[in-house]
Design a protein around this ligand. Sequence first.
Ligand code: ADP
Ligand code: AMP
Length: 217
Amino acid sequence: MIVRSVFLGPPGAGKGTQAQLLAEHYDVRQISTGDILRRHVREGSELGRRAEPLMRLGQLVPDDLVVAMIADDLAGSFVLDGFPRTVGQAEALDAMLDAGGRPLDVVVLFEAERATLVERLTGRWSNPRTGRTYHATFAPPRTPGIDDDDGGPLVQRPDDRLEVVIDRLETYERETLPLVDHYGRRGVVRRVDALAPVAEVTAKLVGLLGLAHGVNA
Ligand code: ADP
Ligand code: AMP
């Protein structure tokens, strides 16, 4: 069964953590616009050069650039993680999916309060090669600074510094929160308590996305 989903919610809510876990264990792809953009920045592409100054300030990359990044990648089952982030992006996504005759099945809204988000983001460490994330306190790697899977170095994202985190949370409230109404009108929004432990959130998502019989489970 195909499921087309969006993970919506503030930075630090756990969208990437969950999307990656689901993609590992079930037949569903994670499409993370943040990961794709960071790859462009690392590789120094034209897109990376345009995106980097905005990302560093916690601002959004222009809609046309991010929409173009995902436009050819919407086949099969997917979790869009970090996209759409504006009403313009949501409208572009609607148009692309409607053209293929298959709208979104579910938009999961990750709910968490600000203090927790700040704590999670400022303690986040990630593997830039795979996108896997850890947390200094809540989900530490076996050896500090080293990825459990590939033994490579973990990094702290430049935009996870406190000043930028505050700006990113404001950007979320201003630009992205209106999507709750946008999708709410269609009746596809399901809420999860993002403060719950990782495994509890995963179990809830497996149910919401109907992944219980996933081929890799
Ligand atoms: P997002 O993709 O929504 O920005 P992440 O998945 O990167 O958020 O999670 C942010 C940080 O919080 C990471 O360091 C991650 O390890 C940690 N984290 C994610 N989910 C939980 C959870 N349920 N409980 C505690 N820490 C979590
Ligand atoms: P994330 O990894 O989702 O926290 O995203 C990191 C940064 O990448 C954001 O703060 C934005 O600058 C940029 N970004 C990621 N996804 C989008 C998007 N859908 N639209 C615009 N900018 C994005």
